[in-house]
Design a protein around this ligand. Sequence first.
Ligand SMILES: C[S@@+](CC[C@H](N)C(=O)[O-])C[C@H]1O[C@@H](n2cnc3c(N)ncnc32)[C@H](O)[C@@H]1O
Length: 275
Amino acid sequence: MTPADLEFVAELVRRHAGVVIRADKAFFIETRLGPVARREKAPGVTALLDQLRRVPDPVLTRAVVEATLMQETSFFRDRAVFEQIGKVILPDLRARRGAAPLRILSAGCATGQEAYSLAMLATDLAAPAAVEIVAVDFGSFPLEKARTGLFTHFEAQRGLPIRRLLAHFDKIDENWRIRPDLRQMIRWEELNLLDDLSGLGRFDLVLCRYVLSSLTPEAHARVLDSLDAACRPDGVLVVGAAETPALSAAFSPGGTRGVWRRNPAFAHEPARTQA
Ligand SMILES: C[S@@+](CC[C@H](N)C(=O)[O-])C[C@H]1O[C@@H](n2cnc3c(N)ncnc32)[C@H](O)[C@@H]1O
């Protein structure tokens, strides 16, 4: 893969997903594009990209962009954040909302570990059935895996307390499968966070973790505005514990790093810092 190939791919990914690809990711990108080239019967990655330069093709463009996105995730990633969600945020929301269903968004859900971790915490509530989790991602492949609820032993071990593994998974050969009661709490949707999110409705708890830090400044601002609009006026927004989004005064630190509480006194306008 040549530097020009990398710049071509980086521009596609920037334009279509808002994600920045760093120059040191060339090896990773080439490895990820190999299977796409084989599927397209192109003799290699450079030939695949030449084909795309000559004949722009939205389906192939999407496949190339999707293949380059990082899907790093694990169950209960940033354990302290999930402790707070399970012990404080969900019980508090449940008390405030009464019998109304709690709605949770996992934006950039990758292969689903984040959404399933939330579903496990929801089963600790008095009325777990009244929790709806919507999980969205750009990628169709990670979502396909998420929907199956099937994880390797290695994936299941990463971050998952043994009592949760035994309570919520069935062992299938060498793998572990999430039980149907948890699977049916989650609606999976292929969605670009740069697009209009209003069709998803409003949420009590919005998670968008380890996505914002990968975006261009323009995409970062746009996605923050959409997430703010998707958050109920007194809702909670959770980003990655190591992320520092440019949030407006409508949000104040909500305890554990990465947790932000929305102040209902602020109107639903830009979530980000104004220049
Ligand atoms: C590093 S993973 C984080 C997964 C999970 N939120 C976590 O923290 O464990 C980032 C995910 O964001 C998704 N993503 C990146 N840009 C996106 C966009 N524009 N629209 C939707 N999803 C996007 C990627 O496909 C990937 O699955």
